[in-house]
Design a protein around this ligand. Structure first.
Ligand code: SF4
Length: 209
């Protein structure tokens, strides 16, 4: 057990995760730290590009949110579905990455997972090593025990997990009945048909939740 609860995310072989993401036809890049991640993202973007962001603590902690705001990039309004889906880049983090190279994301409004699946020409995912989990079961638990409760507190959602720190059930098919629930669509990104549309930057730091 690690200090964040039941989720085992330590001692993962990052190179194996990167290789398995590549086997799933995602580009996978290692970043030494948050500044390195920001540099990689900056080099991938071009100034004329239209960018949509997934509202991510990881992007904030890496200084990427400030960078795109300060350096004159065009940012799509998340209320404008047509701009979002026609954007050049989507920047986001992910709720979990399994050792065998899948991304797991759970969303309420679901614009983030919608753009991850379809629309933006290029998706850039920035994730700290704390997002790496052993398998799919651990990914589900990671959301229910860490990501969703913390996001509910951050977003001031009236959900059980915001008060107790974990979901009412560990079963993927069970959860709360709150109108504020943020776990509505559960997306697994496995082998991609469009090779390299998704780039995953794994940062050798704990970032976001
Ligand atoms: S289903 Fe409800 S209680 Fe469970 S993690 Fe999601 S928002 Fe929290």
């Amino acid at each position: 057990m690690n200090r964040k609860g039941d989720i085992i995310s330590e001692h993962m072989d990052i190179n194996r995760v990167l290789d398995n993401l590549r086997k799933n036809d995602m580009d996978a890049v290692y970043a030494e730290n948050r500044d390195h991640a920001k540099k990689i993202v900056r080099e991938m973007l071009n100034k004329d590009a239209l960018i949509v962001t997934g509202g991510s603590i990881t992007l904030e902690e890496c200084g990427i949110t400030d960078m795109i705001n300060a350096e004159g990039y065009r940012i799509a309004d998340r209320a404008d579905k047509s701009a979002m889906f026609s954007s050049d880049f989507m920047l986001s983090s992910t709720n979990a990455i399994t050792e065998d190279g899948i991304l797991y994301n759970v969303d309420g409004a679901s614009n983030r997972v919608a753009c991850l699946c379809h629309g933006p020409k290029k998706v850039i995912i920035v994730a700290g090593i704390n997002k790496i989990v052993k398998n799919f079961e651990q990914a589900v638990l990671r959301v229910k025990h860490i990501a969703a409760p913390k996001n509910c507190v951050r977003l001031n959602r009236d959900t059980p997990c915001a008060y107790t720190g974990k979901c009412i059930s560990d079963d993927i098919n069970k959860g709360c009945s709150s109108r504020d629930r943020i776990c509505c669509n559960f997306v697994v990104s496995a082998k991609q048909r469009e090779k390299g549309r998704i780039t995953v930057i794994i940062v050798n730091e704990e970032l976001g939740y």
